[in-house]
Design a protein around this ligand. Structure first.
Ligand code: PMP
Length: 437
């Protein structure tokens, strides 16, 4: 058992830290849709871990693949040598991705995938003799991990302000959730596509020939489930193409079935130049990310005229055998069980459950797409986050895991969820919201 002093040795992010230390909440096991707590209670997983366990927990195919791989080949150098599963997985990924994607760069996390994508974008322009394209555009309330590139293009000011200068030449598009136009919208809002036109303003300000790439989460997840208005991503694509700017989709959350298709790029039928993935790639079991690119970007990066071959890029654990085995077993589980299609089928039921909570106390907005949902609560004056965090604690006590960001409850269950479990989440949230101060 964990002793009170053990709790000092590990930093838990955010305000949960203080409450956590007075009442530690520990998971010790997981199976299917449920976690088991240290006290032996079952907790229904309404968040797929951290948006990553899309196939649920302890899936036999994945467990067996990982166990077999550790016993067979634990590690192979990521440079100059290879092992078959890294290639097999890359081929599987390319087979699933939109058809213009041709190559994979492996990483160990979403944050590393973002850094890799930004480097690829800059190197691509440089290799093409377009080295003046160094500016990057992100989005307000965009989340792209915690490394320096990611916090620079990310739209969360708090995550970057203590670090002084970061990547220079970064602008942020306005975020797309306009509460007064968007309240209680089911799926994509009608209005707001014009916000993509902000690119024109940024291009006019600095000169379009200075901009390397735009990075967006197709649906912003961690900052509260902000769903792009109809036509927004299409317009973004159109303007990027017009100005020779690369479009990067950060699909760390939206990838691997969350919207009812392999990637958000399929769901919205918009083709990015670079796709950033992680999380659901290995079902959360082993850290792994993958960045997918077009042949032009790959070739420029690997064989650019400035002899970019001398540029070194890659990680010790890129395409690690155990991660690759987990990835292959995960993709096979998704395919065999038709989980992406299942997510699409369940999405209307999920939407009805969420919007059925519209009349609950303090609820000021509800948003949903695929198997993602958000319930936004009226913050208590002077105590932002307190109300939602209380909802999190109360739901946990009632045996349902939810996640909060600010005063927004974010939900993203494993794609294996049953309708009865969706009902259970809805009933629990109704009880919890009704009891909130
Ligand atoms: N991009 C997005 C869209 C994410 O949601 C996350 C993680 N929540 C990241 C990047 C960073 O991923 P990681 O935590 O694996 O570094």
């Amino acid at each position: 058992m964990v002793k009170p002093n053990d709790l000092n040795a590990f930093w838990m992010p955010f305000t949960a830290n203080r409450q956590f230390k007075s009442a530690p909440r520990m998971f010790v096991a997981a199976d299917g849709m449920y976690y088991t707590t240290a006290e032996g209670r079952e907790v229904l997983d309404g968040t797929a871990g951290l948006w990553c366990c899309n196939a649920g927990h302890k899936r036999p195919r994945i467990v067996e693949a990982v166990q077999a791989q550790v016993a067979e080949l634990d590690y192979a150098p990521a440079f100059q040598m290879g092992h078959p599963k890294a290639f097999e997985l890359a081929n599987r990924l390319i087979g699933m991705a939109p058809d213009h994607m041709a190559h994979v760069f492996y990483t160990n996390s979403g944050s590393e995938s973002v850094e890799t994508a930004l480097k690829l974008a800059l190197a691509y322009h440089r290799a093409k003799g377009d080295g003046a394209r160094t500016r990057l555009i992100g989005r307000e309330r965009g989340y792209h991990g915690v490394n320096f590139g990611g916090i620079s293009v990310g739209g969360i000011v708090n995550n970057r302000k203590v670090f002084g200068s970061l990547l220079t030449g970064v602008d942020h598009l306005p975020h797309t959730h306009l509460p007064d136009h968007n309240a209680f919208t089911r799926g994509q809002p009608e209005h707001g596509a014009h916000l993509a036109d902000e690119i024109e303003r940024i291009a006019a300000l600095h000169g379009p020939e200075t901009i390397a790439a735009v990075i967006v989460e197709p649906v912003a997840g961690s900052t509260g489930v902000l769903i792009p208005p109809k036509g927004y991503l299409e317009r973004l694509r159109e303007l990027c193409t017009k100005h020779g700017i690369l479009l990067i989709f950060d699909e760390v959350i939206t990838g691997f079935g969350r919207l009812g298709s392999a990637f958000a790029a399929d769901h919205f039928d918009v083709k990015p130049d670079i796709m950033v993935t992680a999380k659901g790639l290995t079902n959360g079991v082993i850290p792994m990310g993958a960045v997918m690119v077009t042949p032009e970007i790959h070739d420029a990066f690997m064989h650019g005229p400035e002899n970019l071959i001398e540029l070194f890029h890659g990680y010790t654990y890129s395409g690690n055998p155990i991660a690759a085995a987990a990835g292959l077993a995960t993709l096979e589980t998704y395919r065999e069980e038709g989980l992406f299609e299942r997510a699409a089928e369940l999405a209307p039921y999920w939407e009805d459950m969420l919007h059925g909570l519209k009349d609950c106390r303090h609820v000021i907005d509800i948003r949903n797409i695929g198997l993602i949902g958000a319930i936004e609560l009226q913050p208590i004056a002077g105590q932002p986050t307190r109300r939602a965090f209380q909802a999190f604690l109360d739901a946990y006590d009632r045996g349902v895991l939810i996640r909060t960001t600010g005063d927004i409850i974010a939900l993203s269950p494993p794609l294996i969820i049953e309708k009865a479990q969706i009902d259970r989440i809805g009933e629990t949230l109704r009880e919890v919201l009704t009891a909130l101060d």
